[in-house]
Design a protein around this ligand. Sequence first.
Ligand SMILES: NC(=O)c1ccc[n+]([C@@H]2O[C@H](COP(=O)([O-])OP(=O)(O)OC[C@H]3O[C@@H](n4cnc5c(N)ncnc54)[C@H](OP(=O)(O)O)[C@@H]3O)[C@@H](O)[C@H]2O)c1
Length: 336
Amino acid sequence: MKNNRLTLAARPGEFIKKSDFKMETVELRPLKEGEFLIKTLFLSVAPVMKFYMLDGAGIENPMQIGDTMRGRGVGEVVESRHSDFQIGDIVQGKHGWQEYVICDGSPYYMMYKVGQRGLPYSTALGVLGMTGFTSYFGLYKVGEMRKGDNVLVSAASGGVGSNIGHLTNIKGGRAVGLASTDEKCKLLTEKLGYSHAINYTKENVSERIDDCFPEGIDVYFDNVGGEILDIALTKLKRYARVVLCGRISQYADRENAVYHLKNWHKVGATRSKMEGFFIYDFEKDFQKAETDMAQWIKEGKLTYQEDILEGLDHMPIALNRLFERKNVGKQLVKIS
Ligand SMILES: NC(=O)c1ccc[n+]([C@@H]2O[C@H](COP(=O)([O-])OP(=O)(O)OC[C@H]3O[C@@H](n4cnc5c(N)ncnc54)[C@H](OP(=O)(O)O)[C@@H]3O)[C@@H](O)[C@H]2O)c1
């Protein structure tokens, strides 16, 4: 059997290029005892992958040129010599950018069976996967979101942000989202549970936050860092929480284009807190998040947004879409 895979061919520059990867076709070896073979159905696309390509993002060992590109996927077990995984099981874990993966079930792969919830398998990488869990734990645990809270969210139509409007409403708060186009803003208010949307590319962000939240914000869920974070710091209410989820505006050139915050003193002045987090820290509670969110989807309280390309060869384009601001919702690629 043949396996197509994308390996790292070059370290990325500001944007991701197709030539940063090499498509390879290899023969799949027979399974050893304790291994199982997974056919990839969908692969996840996330901003952190750019750092996997550069240096491992401080999360993983640095990738070497020639390594199969890292990333999570959902797939079907098609052959098994492992007692816990049977043919036909649908699993989620660290597949890498390839059509098949041989897995031994060791902790590195973080491979687990996807619950049969009557939802498309793609959701195991989006709203019911790491992306959704990031929204859930970022808002509820790190952001300590409470009933009545005013919640501001950047990259609100992206993978993580697209869940936060509804998650805020479910706990009795009100969410306002930032996005780069009018189309994305429309989606935020019409489908994704946001009460208002701000187009940060053409509106005065500071004034619009004042319009939406005259009394200030309780939670700022930050996906972008930089200038928008700096403005949000001037809008904090007393005892506000700033969730440092990500800073994609700073990912293009980490060495030279770092934005230095001017308004960090507002955190102290308002007795607020800013806290970073890494989603795998919440691993023991993933099951609860998955159960809650699947239930809310069934009840119609949570809708999700996916942006799906097709074909392994589209992975580089899909990754670059995040930095070109083209994706709407969770970016995925259907492999099989
Ligand atoms: N802490 C954790 O464990 C954890 C886990 C997962 C993700 N994250 C972080 O969470 C954030 C969201 O992740 P995601 O996977 O859902 O990605 P995403 O939000 O779908 O990322 C793409 C979006 O980011 C926005 N963006 C891109 N370049 C930008 C720029 N220069 N300035 C401002 N906005 C820009 C664009 O939205 P607009 O068009 O609206 O600007 C784009 O559509 C990322 O920063 C990611 O690194 C953290």
